[in-house]
Design a protein around this ligand. Structure first.
Ligand code: THU
Length: 133
């Protein structure tokens, strides 16, 4: 699985986005160390706080199927009908990533055509984790 293929899967996952309120479609593709890819989309709710981001959908799908080790996540977002040049994961999603992944998790951001690799550690420095408890 190349980084570009993972970005393309994230782009495709946007098709299933349920976003009648924001009309902002996000897709994520999470590559587990097992080699399996789990995709996710954002799922909104009339009670806005019940909304689930694409990244968390992908993580919760994977963890609920027994995965605990991850290699990379690709994220693509944008308003309906367009692809934003860059969609960053929200703080809650970064925290969920930190629960299961080391700071070297690869986070791919951008579009399938132009993207960049970041690390979770660079996106969430000084994370609060189980080590702190
Ligand atoms: N959203 C995500 O799914 N992931 C992100 O990284 C940023 C935001 C969703 C939440 C909401 O459904 C919509 O985008 C607008 O905030």
């Amino acid at each position: 699985m190349t980084d570009r293929e993972l970005m393309e899967l994230a782009q495709r996952a946007r098709e299933y986005s349920y976003c009648p309120y924001s009309r902002f479609r996000v897709g994520a593709a999470l590559l587990a160390k097992s080699g399996k890819v789990y995709t996710g989309c954002n799922i909104e709710n009339a009670g806005y706080s019940a909304t689930n981001c694409a990244e968390r959908t992908a993580f919760f799908k994977a963890v609920s199927e027994g995965e605990k080790a991850f290699e990379a996540i690709a994220i693509v977002g944008g308003r309906e009908g367009e692809t934003a040049p860059f969609t960053a994961p929200c703080g809650v999603c970064r925290q969920v990533m930190a629960e299961f992944c080391a700071p070297d998790l690869k986070v791919l951001l951008g579009t399938p055509e132009i993207f960049q690799a970041y690390t979770l550690g660079s996106l969430l420095p000084f994370a609060f984790t189980s080590e702190d408890l």
